[in-house]
Design a protein around this ligand. Structure first.
Ligand SMILES: *Cc1c(COP(=O)(O)O)cnc(C)c1O
Length: 428
């Protein structure tokens, strides 16, 4: 399948039924799997043979869908998780433990910001946040001898800043650490970060991949390119024997291509158990089958709405990297030549109060803590997802308090514009 184009991978990747087998992927709704002998099962526990024994660790339906996303991103191995948050945590904690340090773009999802700044800090992991638009020197200055990884988002949610992936990849590799990219907003249809030097890609599949607001989920894809053994001192979890797994050394036994995902599955999923359900994986796969068609429409609708807002005198500013003249237009053209995503942000003249009034007056576009749904929705981050942040932190994260985030769905764009128009008319 790997020689096919992205659209074909969306539809048929990960699963090729044999003669007389189901055309759609089977939902293996079973917690456990039966074996004839204890020896057979023992081999699985020792990671000597591959197979299934308990769905907390691995399930065939989930693996089929992970294999599809792996093909779409051009990776070597992948796993599904129960949420995007679980994916961000596993992808980082898999190689960064107590005493470790993360260099992260400051323009990231609010939940990930909290994960790094608060929760992982309690685990003894520190994080330096850098402005994604920083110079190479500023980026350089963020590294410490304990830095284990660099993290950023292709298109930041909700700041919508486009990351210069190559700049971040070069800095990471110069310091012998991998770059992890959260590619949720761009999706592999519009950007494949591994082609630009990313080593690991994460997703909240809850967003465009599912696309219908039906199932929360996450995914991690490993490029298989990072040479852990070359930096064995830095990554003892991958490069020294795991006593909790019969002394297996993941990087030796599974190589560059398999070590990262095998450890995250065998160790982190075993102990932390943020397992996706086979039913949710099936729903995710339905979304993936049409992702390439949907994401284009999301983008076209957003572009139409952004152009309307740009020319409206009740709107103070518009952020949408697809819009000519936008600060991130050039970067978006480089990394996402076929389009970005359906999310735009803007400020309503009159600031925080006006933004709130405007949102209340919307009829078709709903207020939701969600994006990337077939149905258009909007959010005022300063009052919801980012409300734990100070004014300074909000600005550093690229989310000023007057910012309205609008996720354009798959409706007719003229209806979206009509709804925005009537809402603006009610406040002025
Ligand atoms: C939503 C989101 C997450 C978190 O994903 P959940 O599935 O909600 O846990 C992480 N990163 C980005 C960019 C997101 O939009």
């Amino acid at each position: 399948m790997s020689e096919h184009r992205i659209e074909t991978k969306c539809v048929q990747g990960g699963y090729t039924p044999g003669n007389g087998e189901p055309r759609q992927i089977p939902i293996i709704q079973s917690t456990t799997f039966k074996y004839d002998t204890s020896e057979d099962m023992g081999k699985l526990f020792d990671l000597e043979a591959s197979g299934y024994f308990y769905s907390r660790l691995q399930n065939p339906t989930c693996d089929t869908v992970a294999a599809k996303i792996c093909e779409m991103e051009g990776g070597s191995a992948a796993m599904l998780l129960s949420s995007g948050q679980a994916a961000s945590f596993f992808a980082t904690f898999n190689i960064c433990e107590n005493g470790g340090h993360i260099v992260s773009s400051s323009a990231i999802y609010g939940g990930t910001y909290n994960l790094f700044a608060v929760t992982m800090k309690k685990m003894g992991i520190s994080c330096t946040f850098v402005d994604p638009d920083c110079t190479e020197e500023e980026l350089e200055a963020a590294f410490t001898p304990e830095t284990k990884l660099v993290f950023g988002e292709t298109i930041a949610n909700p700041a919508l800043k486009v990351l210069d992936i190559e700049k971040f990849a070069n800095a990471a590799h110069k310091h012998g650490v991998p770059l992890i990219i959260d590619n949720t907003f761009a999706t592999p249809v519009h950007c494949r970060p591994i082609e630009w030097g990313a080593d690991i890609v994460t997703h909240s599949t809850t967003k465009y991949m599912d696309g219908h607001g039906a199932a929360v989920g996450g995914c991690i894809v490993d490029s298989g390119k990072f040479d852990w053994m070359k930096y064995a001192d830095k990554y003892p979890g991958l490069c020294t024997p795991d006593d909790s797994y019969h002394g297996i050394t993941y990087a030796e036994k599974f190589g560059k291509e398999g070590a990262f995902i095998t450890k995250a599955t065998a160790q982190l999923m075993r102990d932390l158990g943020t397992t996706p359900s086979p039913q949710s994986a099936f729903i995710l796969n339905l979304g993936l089958e049409s992702l390439h068609v949907r994401i284009k429409r999301h983008y076209e609708n957003a572009l139409a709405v952004a152009k309307f807002l740009k020319n409206n005198d009740k709107i103070s500013w518009v952020n949408f990297s697809g819009l000519e003249g936008d600060k991130y237009y050039e970067l978006a053209k480089k990394y996402m030549p076929d389009g970005t995503c359906g999310v735009i942000s803007f400020g309503v003249k009159g600031g925080r109060k006006a933004a709130e009034k405007f949102m209340k007056a919307l009829k078709l576009i709903a207020i939701e803590t969600h994006v990337a749904d077939a149905r258009s929705c909007c959010l005022h981050p300063a009052n919801s997802t980012h409300r734990q942040m100070t004014e300074e932190e909000l600005i550093a994260a690229g989310v000023p308090s007057d910012l309205v985030r609008l996720s354009c769905g798959l409706e007719n764009s003229a209806d979206l514009i009509d709804d925005i128009c009537q809402a603006l008319n009610t406040i002025y």
